[in-house]
Design a protein around this ligand. Sequence first.
Ligand code: AMP
Ligand code: GLY
Length: 414
Amino acid sequence: MIGGGGREHALCWALRRSQRVTDVVCAPGNAGIAALATCIPVQQDDVADMLRVVDEVQPQLVVVGPEVPLAAGIVDALAARGIRAFGPTQAAAQLESSKAFTKDFLNRHNIPTAHSVTVTTMDAAREALPRFSLPVVLKADGLAAGKGVVIATTPAEADGAVEELLPMNGSVVIEEFLEGEELSFFALCDGTHAVAIAAAQDHKRIGEGDTGPNTGGMGAYSTDALLPDELRTWLLQHVAQPTVDGMKAEGTPFKGVLFCGIMLTADGPKVLEFNTRWGDPETQAILLRMETDVMDLIDASIDGTAHALQVKMKPGASVCVILASAGYPASAEKDVVIHGLDATLPAGVEVFHSGTALNAEGETVTAGGRVLGVTAASDNLRRALGKAYDALAGISFRGMQFRRDIGWRALKRE
Ligand code: AMP
Ligand code: GLY
């Protein structure tokens, strides 16, 4: 496993439950993953360094968690060595690593998305901006760890945002603002076929009621009600399958998890973005509900047999509540001792570690913005939330932040 966040902890946990997995090594891992796998330090943006670890470990399979190693071309490098790898090639990972590529791709293949233009100069931006109504969305090209999108409400703000975003990667997507509810839809792809895994809803803002700055995600839940059969079929037919078909036709077949960031608008679902990997913290919630062996998904994706796969979820709901460091998302207080991790957890509850490490005294300490994901499953969302918040009450560290309103949209609908 490459990666060291909550998503990777959940994936290691799921791999460990598979009959077909005998051993897991994780690079770099974290303090929670270390209980399930041997952890080895690695630079996730450096293919040569990752290959150094691979040569040392000689794995039969490499599962890549985050976008950075995918965009760096780790899957291509592993393929060149004849090592099975789960995830897209560098060319296919452009669906996440380049917003300009993706907008062109979506338009070429008539996949529903917000109207947009891509500009590479300030002059072109100033010429294009008056054609968009306010608010308007500005997106830097390239991976930006959640910091590349600005929603501007005045012409001056839009101008300033383009000035700030343009130097990041040389182009900016100017995009129509879409109104609606967001959905994270996950499809497993094998280069030819796309099948549904599940849907989840993330909570991107730091503050309750979806206020304050964007984060990597402060919590997520997954229920069957989020993905009625009709919507599942629609998203496969109009988004995931045409994407897989288009990538194949263009000579860059997509394998791995296609995370479709969807806005459910009054005019129907539209693609906000793609990610070419599992989501974090959506994955923690989804894997806790998944009955299918995660190795079935991985093998189907690599071997081109996804059409024969049916991913089964336990009926009911699951939720992941993120505990974050003081200062997050602007900064993160590190090396703070975490208390309460030794408690025995009730059935259906897991605490997945995001940014944690062991200090010299062997204590588990904070090591990033998002620290832990308290994850629970039950037969309905209210019960799952109750279990997660009960478990969370026993955990503490200085400056701990979390949202008490995860799942509020679903509760309101009830
Ligand atoms: P992205 O990285 O493209 O998903 O953008 C990050 C977040 O910005 C999304 O999850 C949305 O909350 C918001 N966003 C992006 N594009 C739009 C849009 N066209 N209309 C409204 N909100 C958007
Ligand atoms: N939760 C959003 C992401 O993984 O990008």
